[in-house]
Design a protein. Structure first.
Length: 211
């Protein structure tokens, strides 16, 4: 039986700091930003509410979503143009029917792109524009065997270069689409719940490269 995945994003919470990366002096393939989350004072959001928590834990950054139909995210506090974003992601708790991944070209809490996967093997690229969420290049989340199911871990990569958006998992390209609405912005991490809360995902080795 196929499970049809619709992308529902409830705008709830974000972290944003104003800064600009001088990437004109950075060579292609070099890191514009890196955080292994070993330092709890490196600047990522640490907060808790009845709907979920974000913060550092045992050398990782964890996002837990308690409420169904919610997404929580945090961003690096920088501004980028074209980027290649990578991170390791591991499900810690909650249902496999979940979503988590990477954010690029974050303008504000109502405008950004997202590449996400689920712990039962599905993926999609999406866009939030003026607070409205939609999928790009596909009608629903699609399945791939390249995702390590259950607890993972999975290595995620999201390329946002020109108008092309491309998602990878464990070194394999699995999603590609194009969109011209956002040309730059912040980068970050996201976790969400569908119809059951309690989703907790840990992230490590978050890196933003210049393509």
């Amino acid at each position: 039986m196929k499970i049809i995945r619709t992308f529902f994003l409830a705008i709830f919470l974000t972290a944003c700091q104003s800064s600009l990366i001088p990437d004109l002096v950075t060579q292609s393939g070099q890191a514009l930003y890196h955080d292994d989350f070993s330092d709890p004072s490196s600047g990522w959001t640490q907060t808790a509410s009845p709907n979920g928590t974000l913060g550092y834990s045992d050398g990782t950054y964890r996002i837990m979503v308690q409420s169904a139909g919610y997404d929580l995210w945090a961003v690096s506090g920088q501004v980028y143009g074209d980027v290649q974003i990578e991170a390791d992601a591991t499900r810690v708790a909650g249902p496999e029917y979940n979503r988590f991944g990477l954010v690029c070209r974050f303008q504000d809490m109502n405008n950004f792109y997202v590449f996400f996967i689920s712990s039962d093997g599905y993926y999609a690229i999406g866009k939030i524009k003026n607070g409205a969420a939609s999928l790009l290049g596909q009608q629903m989340m699609a399945y791939t065997s390249f995702i390590v199911q259950d607890d993972g871990p999975n290595h995620l990569r999201f390329d946002c270069i020109g108008n092309t958006l491309k998602g990878y998992v464990n070194g394999q390209p699995i999603a590609i689409t194009s969109d011209a609405d956002f040309s730059g912005g912040d980068a970050g991490l996201i976790t969400g719940a569908f119809d059951q809360g309690g989703v907790e995902v840990s992230f490590d080795n978050f890196t933003v490269y210049k393509p």
